[in-house]
Design a protein around this ligand. Sequence first.
Ligand code: IMP
Ligand code: MG
Length: 180
Amino acid sequence: MERYTLETLISAGQLAEKTAELGRQLTLDYKDKDTVFVGILKGSFIFMADLVRQVKIDRLEICFMMVSSYGSGTRSTGNIIIKKDLENDLAGKHVLIVEDIIDSGNTLTYLKKYLANRQAASVRVCTMLDKPSRRETDLVPDYRGFEIPDAFAVGYGLDYQEHFRELPDLCVLRRDGEQA
Ligand code: IMP
Ligand code: MG
């Protein structure tokens, strides 16, 4: 069996404080706009649930898409497949993509264009975590919780082979023998 160690990088308390701060800013920016938060499954489900309870926006719709990028290994590619699309009408509405983490930026670069083509009034990105050192596109998130180093993170919705999403803290996962 593969063995791992988990080391806390960002505690549940720090994540909660940051979510509240992002919620205050989003309330200021969106409170009187027709707004659609679009969560990207599966990783964003916990962040979305926390974030929407920290905003006060009069006309807020919450929905989810599921996407995956095909290609080999753990790196994402620019080839994105939409596994579950939105049913909501976005015309004239302000869209905020809610993501767990931005790595290469390939997924969101594609999705921003895709959603803008549906006549949204604006499309912005809010991510809890950002690994800018791994970027392959010029994507810059409009709202961001934490910048993290190039390490594999799990917990707070993020998985390694579908496990560890339920951990309340954000942890770095190291396989035994891997350097810190
Ligand atoms: P991107 O297209 O490379 O920016 O891919 C971002 C997606 O890759 C995220 O939504 C995650 O699903 C996944 N991902 C990137 N880095 C990590 C990580 O450290 N842990 C878990 N999933 C990750
Ligand atoms: Mg994801």
